[in-house]
Design a protein. Structure first.
Length: 197
């Protein structure tokens, strides 16, 4: 995967920390335990920017935390792409996924937004769907027989049983990033699935 930029979308503000909708940003929290990421606020780009270094190839990858709300993610992503002259194929977008249960993930290129407004915003602003997506499972309220709207479900924190499953997936991805970035997307996805069995 020739990725130049990883963008973890979510909602800004401490009140959203730890919620299902912000599960993507846990990847950066985990990476910070492994190496200094050097975050800097870039107001004009509507984002915070840091850098992760591949310890084997020494290649640097830009990390981005948009400071816009989830449904406006495309604004920040488009600004980043325009400023740094990045193509959609240079990006990995990390986001929460209702259609996968906690403890599951999927790496893919493109695909429909399936109602995820953050992904839809990015697709619309870029006019393109061909970026890599890391979909982190959070489950769907109906799969838990919950009579709850999706919009309120994603703004809550995972349950005590779901939390460790989500964390395991995040740790698995972060621990293997050096290897994953040397693989094609489908092979990287298969590698991760095997590690999570």
């Amino acid at each position: 995967m020739d990725i130049k930029c990883i963008i973890a979308i979510g909602n800004p503000g401490v009140e959203y920390n730890g919620t299902r909708h912000n599960v993507a940003q846990r990847v950066f929290l985990e990476l910070e335990k492994m190496q200094e990421l050097g975050w800097q606020k870039k107001s004009k780009l509507r984002a915070e920017i840091g850098f992760w270094s591949n310890t084997t190839s020494k290649k640097k990858v830009m990390l981005v935390k948009p400071d816009v709300y989830m449904n406006e993610s495309g604004i920040s992503v488009r600004s980043i792409c325009d400023y740094f002259r990045l193509l959609p194929s240079d990006l990995m977008i990390i986001h929460d996924e209702l259609d996968l249960p906690p403890g599951k993930l999927k790496l893919q290129v493109g695909g429909r937004a399936s109602g995820h407004r953050g992904v839809l915003s990015i697709q619309k602003m870029l006019g393109n769907t061909q970026f890599i997506r890391l979909r982190l499972g959070i489950g769907h309220p109906r799969s838990y027989s919950m009579n709850q709207s999706v919009s309120s479900f994603v703004l809550e924190k995972p349950s005590i049983t779901q939390e460790p499953m989500i964390l395991e997936v995040v740790k698995c991805f972060c621990k293997n990033m050096d290897l994953l970035f040397e693989m094609e997307v489908m092979k990287a996805n298969s590698f991760l699935q095997q590690r999570l069995i």
